[in-house]
Design a protein around this ligand. Structure first.
Ligand code: F6P
Length: 336
């Protein structure tokens, strides 16, 4: 008999409930018990837990977020007291292995647990898609779908009014959502943290489009894109103090092109809503694979999907966030 301890931690992602359902159903299939911890790592350390049963994971596939609740993983990273507590909880509840579902920081936390000899498996679930060891993290495709749908809607109003729209999307220090959302929503320029950019480049591209008879532009910008590389230290200070990057870029575009601009922050709407079928499927497969891993006595890995196959990556190899492939940005340029 095995007893699995599951928690969802870090910022929520659609499809996480499919993971929980798969962990529950696969475990019950093997007569394993599942102890669920509420509200992320906080719930593990405080032992805010309950025994999961079939009814708990029933009817949750279409629900966004995580029914277990979550909290940021950051305070527990490299926190030796928290680790001691987790170890105590693991022993007290006779947990064979934890399964941590969540963000990049949550996977780092799982890696820290592993290094501290706590048996754990990580499942990547974040809209940011910035975790190594998987092609897609659970939730990413739903967020991208929201971004591309939003850009579809913006096109008609932007072109009717001949405006430039600056659209800020999330990304967790990476440009995956901006690039995939921009590519599939027909963005006219995509700005991501992995590639330096300049005001000059933005302005001349908008002008070029004007020259081609396109009197509107949609510029997609990742929330951590950073400053353009052709502004002064004083301007950077101004952006930090009052302006905000979107406002600053807007004013520069108006100044240089005379075009009317509007700013839009898609924000947390990108994280919300019912997961797409692709995220439900990925969540189901990764949740199932994590329990199968435990059944085979394997722990200390991240369970991902690469080229359509389930792959296991040693948690200790999850060191840095996974940047986008810049090749894809070159392809996106063809469509600007
Ligand atoms: O990690 C997911 C993410 O969506 C990032 O892309 C974003 O920067 C961040 O969360 C914002 O989250 P919150 O405002 O909830 O702290």
């Amino acid at each position: 008999m095995k007893r699995i301890g599951v928690f969802t931690s870090g910022r929520d992602a659609p499809g996480t409930n499919a993971v929980l359902r798969a962990i529950g159903r696969t475990s019950f299939e093997h007569d394993y018990e599942v102890i669920a911890f509420r509200n992320g790592m906080e719930g593990v350390v405080e032992n805010d837990s309950f025994m999961m049963d079939r009814s708990y994971v029933s009817g949750i596939l279409p629900i966004g977020g995580t029914i277990l609740g979550t909290s940021l993983s950051d305070p527990y990273l490299e926190n030796h007291n928290a680790i001691k507590e987790m170890k105590k909880i693991q022993e007290k509840l006779s947990i064979t292995c934890f399964i941590g579902v969540g963000s990049f920081t949550t996977m780092k936390l799982c890696s820290f647990m592993k290094a501290s000899e706590i048996p754990v498996i990580g499942i990547p679930a974040t809209i940011d898609n910035n975790i190594p060891g998987t092609d897609y993290s659970v939730g990413f495709q739903t967020a991208v779908n929201y971004v591309s749908g939003s850009l579809d809607r913006l096109h008609s109003t932007a072109s009717s009014h001949h405006r430039v729209f600056l659209v800020e999307v999330m990304g967790g220090q990476c440009g995956w959502i901006a690039l995939y959302g921009g590519l599939t929503g027909g963005a006219d320029l995509i700005i991501i943290p992995e590639k330096a950019y300049s005001i000059q480049e933005v302005v001349s591209h908008i002008r070029k489009r004007e020259g081609e008879g396109k009197f509107f532009s949609i510029v997609v910008l990742a929330d951590t894109a950073g400053f353009p590389n052709d502004i002064s230290e004083q301007e950077k200070q101004q952006i930090n103090d009052h302006n905000g990057l979107l406002q600053f870029l807007s004013l520069e575009i108006v100044k240089e092109t005379g075009m009317e601009t509007r700013q839009l922050i898609l924000g947390h709407l990108q994280r919300g809503g019912s997961p797409l079928a692709t995220d439900r499927l990925l969540g189901t497969l990764l949740g199932n694979a994590s329990v199968e891993c435990i059944r085979r006595g394997i722990t200390g890995v991240l369970v991902g999907q690469i080229n359509g196959h389930i792959e296991y990556t040693d948690l200790e190899l999850i060191k840095a966030k996974r940047p986008v492939d810049l090749q894809l940005l070159n392809i996106a340029r063809i469509f600007y």
